[in-house]
Each structure stands twice: as C-alpha cells, then as structure tokens.
Design a binder for this molecule. Structure first.
Ligand code: AMP
Length: 463
C-alpha cells in the first residue's frame, strides 16, 4: 500500500495530544516509513516493516502505541522489546518526548545490566502504561510476577533481526505468549532473514508489509570507495579523515581486534578516537558513547553490534575500514549518516580481497560505485587536532541527589568558567559527566577538585 504523497501529520487521525507531541519534536513531514506505516498502525493493523535506523521507525510505532493507550488505566498497555539497553533507553526517551502532552503517563525502561531492585520497587509501586525493555530482563520480571502483560494492546518488536542474532528468540516467544491474542503487533527489522519471516508468521496477523528499499537512503548519502592495500589502510584512513575534517565520524570494523587497533592508530595521528565493541565493560561502552555524543571524542571505531547504541543526530561521516560481507549491513552502517533528510557521506576502504563485496553492493545500488584516488602519503604523528571538548567524570550522581544545575553552578560560580565553555552534562546513578572546552578543562578540573559541589567535595577526574 503506497501512501498518498500529500500525507502529512495533520491529516493523520492522531489525537490532539499526539499532534502536540509531533509538533514539539519538530517533525514537519512524516518520513517515508512513517507515511507508509502510520495509516495502518493507527487503524490497528499489524505491520511488518523493513526499517533501518534513521528511517523514523521509532516515532512510527511510538505514535501508534500512544494513540491506542488509555492513560486513565494504570496497567501495562504497550510493550516494546529492543535488543540492547542503549536502544531501549533511546526508545523510552523518544516515547516520552512524543507523549509530552499526555499527563501522568508512566514509561518504564526495563533492561539487563542495571540493578534489579529499583525496577522491582518501581513496578510494585504502580504499573507503567508503557514498558520498553530487553527480552532477558522482561522475562525475568515476568517470572518474578511483578510485570503483568494481560492488558497489553500493542506489542512492538524493534530491531527484531538483531534480537534473534543475540539469541532472544525463546524469551520473545514466551513474553509475547503472555500478551492477549487480540493485541496489535508491529515488527521492525533492518534485514529479512528467514528466521524473521518465521517469527512474523507466528506472531502477526495479516500484517501490512512495508519496505523501505535498501537503497532508499542512497540519494541523501554520498558514497565514495577507495581501493587500499591492506597494509596501508591505517594511514590511508587517517589521511582521508584529515582531509574531510569531520567533527564526528564513526569508523566501522568487522572485528573487535581491528576496532582496537584502528582506534590506537588514529590516536597516534592525533585524533581523539575510541573503540566501541562488545568485549568492553558496559561502563566503558557507556563512556565511549557519551564522549562521542558530547564532542570529546571525534572518532568512534565500532563493531556493528556495539554501534547499535549510537544515536547521534548529525553524524556527517561514516567510514568502513573494511566492507561487511552482508550488503544489508553495509546499508545499515551508512544509514547512520544522512538521517532524516540531512546529507551525509560514507567512505569505504576496500582491499582487493573485498572487491566481490563491493560488486554486490554495486548490484544492489543499481548504479556504478564511485571510486576515488586513495591518498598515498602517510600523515605525520599528531597531525589531527584533538576533539574540541574534554570530559570530566565526577564520582557522584543521582544517589547523591546531584543535578545538572549543581555541576553547572559549581563550574560557573566558584570555578569562574563561562557557561559557554560547558557542554553536555549527564548524570548516572553514582557518577556524572560534564564536557568542558579543551582549553579550560584543566582549570575546571583543578577548581572542582579543590572546591565543592552542593557543599560537598567529590572526586573528579579527566577521562
Ligand atoms: P529512528 O529511525 O527512529 O532512529 O529515527 C531517526 C531520527 O529521525 C531520530 O532522530 C528522529 O528524531 C528523527 N525523526 C523521526 N521522524 C521524523 C520526522 N517525521 N521528521 C524529522 N525527523 C524525524
């Protein structure tokens, strides 16, 4: 079913509160996936959508589940399952953003890797209307009988392919089996392996299938290819990044080892670069994502799975250190740039061994790839300027009742820093992070360590 080209948010049967939410989010026009899926979603139909990150899929299902929800009923009415905690956090935040005009709505994010006790306490206090979680933790809470899914009207399986890759099939089946049969089910997946078809056949009823073609993003994303000798890839990557001087770039690697080595090599050339992969501790991954988002890391060198947690609005550049063997993965990677209408650039370093992969990508694209000349000179050590910001970690957080204003106050007050030098502040349970302009970071660190925040002294370190 093709949506009429003129479809806009005003003509969709959204409640007044949700129209306000859309306006507050600043969405002028539905994205193609929203235009194709929202009429069916709002009509209560099951939907199976091929939708990569960046397509606007989150808002599509968030609006659907919020529309069907009765805020006066205090019980779980919508359930969204996501593969990772990072994605669940983002989806939870996105739903809350679109629900600004719905009073008294409780959205709970229930994920593994975080302590169980506060989640238990929160669920026992009163039921959330919207549950967003990872399958493992949701299953655990079901077994503890603190989560009740008998009143669920909408089930969303987000990034279903990735959930299956991560071995969540069994918990998903059990969880969905606990929801009423007459529910609406929405399944989103970037790729279409047979296992997804089988799951859809088991869980969805007469779904509308909407597909954003694999190349739907191509016009907005410029793709450049470089043939590079494997031994020359590290200096060639540094030279290309220097030439493009993007403030934020994600470099994708196929292996964790490459991710570590490439990050190390980029640091040698002066970039503030961090690796991000599944072998890292949760906290190190969180810190890498946070530093990337607050501009104190320019280059994130990531494996595909770890990069799932990434949500950066204006990522201008994506680089493939090596082409993936699956063209869907390539499409997914480059879809991280050029989001929601912005233009983006994707560069790929290709060794002769990877040429068959490039061929497949070319066939998919239906047009010749653009091959450009590879830089041959090796940049000097420290040729790149480091990131604009530096992150300080304060060993205090929500449990110390610390709020962003307290940190801002300590820095602009006692420490005498201009507010313009202070970037994003993030508060976790027992630690907080603040980004400071590089030139003033030393001063900020010294002052925070000498002085007090909220009348107490906490340990502060540069990370
Ligand atoms: P997603 O595919 O859900 O990860 O969304 C990608 C990005 O597009 C998010 O940053 C959304 O805030 C943004 N977005 C979603 N819908 C729209 C829209 N209709 N117009 C502009 N931006 C949008």
């Amino acid at each position: 079913m093709d949506a009429p080209a003129s479809l806009d948010f005003a003509t969709l049967p959204l409640s007044a509160a949700l129209k306000q939410g859309v306006e507050a989010a600043g969405y002028a026009q539905p994205t193609p996936i929203q235009a194709q899926s929202l009429p069916a979603i709002l009509a209560g139909r099951d939907v199976l959508a091929q939708a990569p990150t960046g397509s606007g899929k989150t808002a599509a299902f968030a609006l659907g589940l919020l529309q069907r929800l009765d805020p006066a009923l205090i019980r779980a009415q919508a359930l969204v399952l996501c593969p990772t905690r990072e994605l669940a956090d983002q989806v939870g935040a996105h739903i809350r953003r679109l629900a600004v005009a719905i009073p008294n709505l409780k959205v709970s994010v229930l994920c593994g890797g975080t302590p169980l006790a506060p989640q238990l306490a929160s669920l026992q206090a009163h039921d959330p209307q919207v549950v967003v979680g990872t399958p493992g933790r949701v299953q655990e809470l079901l077994h503890k009988k603190v989560l009740h899914l008998g009143g669920v009207r909408t089930v969303v399986l987000d990034e279903a392919d990735r959930m299956l890759d991560m071995g969540f099939e069994e918990p998903i089946r059990e969880i969905v089996g606990k929801t009423p049969k007459e529910r609406q089910t929405l399944l989103f997946s970037a790729t279409w392996p047979e296992s997804i078809r089988a799951m859809a056949a088991a869980m969805l009823r007469d779904p509308l299938e909407v597909g954003v073609e694999g190349v739907a993003h191509a016009p907005e994303i410029e793709q450049r290819f470089f043939e590079v000798d494997p031994a020359r890839k590290q200096p060639a990557l540094a030279a290309l990044l220097l030439e493009l001087s993007a403030e934020s770039c994600v470099v994708f690697c196929n292996t964790r080892r490459d991710a570590d080595e490439v990050a190390e090599s980029l640091r040698h050339f002066g970039f503030t670069a961090l690796a991000l992969h599944g072998d890292m501790e949760q906290r190190d991954r969180e810190e890498a994502l946070l530093r990337f988002a607050n501009r104190s890391c320019q280059v994130l060198v990531a494996s595909d799975v770890a990069a799932r947690g990434l949500d950066v609005e204006d990522l201008a550049l994506v680089a493939n250190y090596e082409l993936p063997s699956d063209p869907d993965v390539y499409q997914h990677r480059i879809g991280r740039t050029g989001r929601a209408g912005r233009s983006g650039l994707a560069i790929s370093l290709v060794s002769s061994r990877e040429l068959p992969r490039a061929k497949i990508i070319e066939e998919r694209a239906g047009q010749p790839l653009r091959w450009l000349r590879t830089p041959t000179a090796t940049p000097k050590a420290n040729a790149a300027a480091p990131a604009r910001m530096v992150t300080l970690r304060i060993d205090a957080g929500k449990t110390d009742k610390l709020r962003p204003g307290d940190i801002l106050g300590a820095l602009t007050g006692d420490a005498g820093l201009p507010a313009s030098a202070i970037g994003k502040i993030a508060i976790f349970a027992t630690r907080s992070y603040v980004a400071i302009e590089r030139a003033l970071a030393g001063k900020a660190l010294a002052r925070l360590n000498e002085g007090r925040i909220k009348g107490r002294s906490f340990r502060v370190r540069k990370i």
